[in-house]
Design a protein around this ligand. Structure first.
Ligand SMILES: CC(C)(COP(=O)(O)OP(=O)(O)OC[C@H]1O[C@@H](n2cnc3c(N)ncnc32)[C@H](O)[C@@H]1OP(=O)(O)O)[C@@H](O)C(=O)NCCC(=O)NCCS
Length: 218
């Protein structure tokens, strides 16, 4: 399988590292902006980097069949996802060999799942989701599309994470809690109540960043 990585930041570095440990060949890493010059770091992986404007020519020349979109920006990811599918490529998930995914869990396309992540039975991970190192997703969790689980975050059983939501580093969510679409859980928070859409919560127990919005948030 030959894959292109689209995006030059941390997510592309994770994917390059993951694919180096598998038999999937990375043909090139593309910067996101058409006119941004090629990157330096992919050379450490022995991988070519190129201008995004040359994307079509390079994927044809190198027989690229799959792509991983490597950006945390949801709008950018959605736009690129459509573009990739139109160009005839298939979105691929990059799953670190040291991640443990239960046989009854499902991972949609376009995800990046890092080392030490544990996805327990009957959990579902929506497409284009980023799961950092040492994340725990317990049984029967439902993780929406385009979401982001930060390093070491922990979701107890039956938790639901809305599309485009982020749970930052080391945060915990107790069982059966729903985190709304595009909401953010701050680093180290412990979420004990449902969080409505587009709200940022922090602390233990987690409360909205602006306490004045508390009534609206929960
Ligand atoms: C949640 C977060 C995004 C909030 O950012 P923000 O909306 O810009 O909030 P601010 O920085 O303006 O802080 C607002 C208030 O919340 C507090 N606060 C912010 N993050 C906090 C956190 N994680 N825990 C507790 N309090 C926090 C601030 O101290 C500030 O309090 P104050 O009003 O009493 O001074 C951010 O603080 C955070 O937790 N980032 C984690 C990033 C991370 O883990 N990245 C890893 C990449 S995968």
């Amino acid at each position: 399988m030959i894959v292109a990585l689209i995006g030059g930041g941390a997510q592309a570095k994770y994917a390059a590292e993951i694919f180096r440990l598998t038999d999937i060949h990375v043909a090139a890493v593309f910067n996101l902006k058409e006119d941004q010059p090629p990157l330096e770091w992919p050379k450490a992986y022995g991988v070519e980097t190129a201008y995004f404007k040359d994307f079509q020519a390079i994927i044809q020349k190198k027989n690229v069949s799959h792509a991983v979109i490597c950006t945390a920006n949801i709008e950018e990811k959605k736009h690129l996802s459509e573009r990739i599918e139109k160009s005839g490529l298939t979105l691929l998930s990059a799953i670190h060999p040291a991640a443990r995914i239960a046989t009854t869990a499902t991972v949609a396309s376009g995800c990046i799942i890092n080392a030490g992540a544990v996805i327990q039975p009957f959990a579902t991970i929506g497409k284009n989701t980023m799961i950092h190192a040492n994340v725990i997703v317990e049984h029967d969790c439902k993780i929406g599309e385009y979401s982001n689980l930060g390093p070491g975050s922990q979701l107890a059983g039956w938790v639901q994470i809305g599309d485009g939501a982020t749970v930052y580093t080391g945060a915990s969510v107790i069982p059966a809690i729903k985190i709304g679409t595009r909401s953010i859980v701050g680093a180290g928070a412990v979420v004990t109540e449902d969080v409505r859409d587009t709200i940022t919560v922090v602390g233990v127990p987690a409360k909205p960043v602006d306490a004045a919005t508390k009534e609206k948030a929960f």
